[in-house]
Ligand binder design. Structure first.
Ligand SMILES: Cc1ncc(COP(=O)(O)O)c(C=O)c1O
Length: 395
């Protein structure tokens, strides 16, 4: 009997999904804070735009790089939010989600046996996609110094080998909520240039940023620093900014040669994102700012609520996130975050993600997604705080 390929077997299953599957098998209500999404529906004007697009004939194949009108809208938005001029014809590839942008971007940069440096704790998909490309992920944990995560540039230097081809980081970070400073960006770019690496910035949470002078200002993109000739690619998604997780629309911005090849490879992966979903994404860009501003105000207040709820929990350190919608509290003495989350789920029906799912530096912490409504968040945080009160890591 033929076996499943070793290269496929080597790719580990997501431990976030593993926890979620236990939760989904339980009868009755579970407070679901384990996935990166809120329970709010996609805004009605976006759903209406999809219905209109279906009625208007957006039911056929599009270009592999996506509808030209959507790429123009993305370029226009990049100019407005980041003051970066992009060529919609050659530097933007629309994808069927952020994860597909990661997939095609990584696949286009790596040969089998190459190594990719990945700043962790990080959402596990980047690492898994490197493995699916028959390449090797090398995790570099971001140290928590005081109450801020940093980048260990000395460790990065030590990790470079002749096979290193790519450096992946996420800003705003899932799960840390950390946002790269200008100095971090300068140093990451200089490091990538010095070692001839592709630099992949996952910026899917760029709109969920709380530190700007006013709400709605995007976290600064690495593209403000890089030239269009740099070996840089940036992953984006409509999932988080517009409550469109189920729609599967994202995009990749990259140097022209990589963008062209990524669009060509799209043909063999998924061909393109669904035509009517692309059209709806165009409407999200055009009309989405007021709802986004409302969501951001709500998320910022949820963040502060959750931080306050954990403040008096014994042995818990929870750095204040600057972006995204996660807290990543460290629980002192915790050695098995999966067992912790499973017990929490079974005893209190609160589902959160185990830190071990996020690679090096993740064990000992848990991830709480605070995008849910208060009616879910408040009882869930009460139960978590009460559980932590009684939790003994040495038990
Ligand atoms: C860091 C990061 N990148 C990419 C994605 C992909 O999002 P999607 O595939 O829904 O566009 C996610 C989703 O959770 C994420 O957290």
């Amino acid at each position: 009997m033929p076996a499943v390929a070793c290269s496929a077997q080597r790719v580990p299953y997501s431990r976030i999904r593993e926890l979620a599957e236990i939760a989904m098998s339980m009868d009755g209500e579970v407070f679901r804070l384990y996935f990166g999404e809120s329970n709010l529906p996609t805004p009605a004007f976006i759903k209406d735009a999809a219905a209109k697009a279906l009625a208007g004939g957006y039911t056929y194949y599009t270009a592999n790089a996506g509808l030209p009108s959507l790429r123009r809208a993305i370029a226009e938005q990049y100019g407005r939010l980041q003051d970066v001029a992009l060529d919609p014809d050659s530097e933007i590839v629309v994808t069927a989600s952020g994860v597909q942008a990661l997939n095609v971007g990584i696949r286009t940069a790596l040969d089998p046996g190459d190594e990719a440096l990945i700043l962790t704790p990080a959402w596990p998909n980047g690492s898994a996609i490197v493995q699916m490309s028959n390449a090797v992920p090398v995790h570099l944990a971001q140290p928590l110094i005081g109450d801020r995560y940093e980048i260990d540039f000395d460790a990065l230097e030590r990790a470079v080998t002749p096979r290193t081809r790519l450096l992946v980081y996420t800003s705003p970070s899932n799960p840390l909520g950390w946002v790269a400073t200008e100095d971090d960006q300068d140093r990451l770019l200089a490091f990538a240039r010095k070692h001839d690496l592709w630099l992949l910035a996952d910026e899917v949470y760029d709109r969920l940023y709380y530190e700007a002078e006013s709400i709605g200002i995007a976290a600064p993109s690495i593209l403000r620093k890089a030239t269009r000739d740099d070996a840089v690619m940036v992953v984006h998604s409509f999932s988080k900014s517009y409550c469109m997780t189920g729609w599967r629309v994202g995009y990749l911005v990259a140097r022209k040669d990589l963008a062209r090849k990524a669009a060509e490879l799209n043909e063999f992966i998924i061909s393109h994102a669904a035509s009517f979903a692309q059209k709806a994404a165009e409407t999200a860009i055009a009309e989405g700012e007021p709802e986004l501003a409302e969501m951001l105000a709500r998320l910022r207040s949820n963040r502060d609520y959750c931080l306050a709820a954990l403040k008096s929990a014994p042995g818990v350190t929870s750095p204040r996130p600057e972006g995204a919608f996660y807290l990543f509290p460290r629980i002192h003495g915790l050695r098995d975050s999966f067992a912790f989350c499973k017990r929490l789920l079974e005893e209190t029906r609160v589902g959160i993600a185990p830190g071990v799912a996020f690679g090096a530096g993740g064990e000992g912490s848990v991830r709480i997604c605070y995008a849910a409504e208060r009616a879910i968040l408040e009882p869930a945080m009460d139960r978590l705080a009460a559980f932590l009160e009684k939790f003994d890591p040495n038990e």
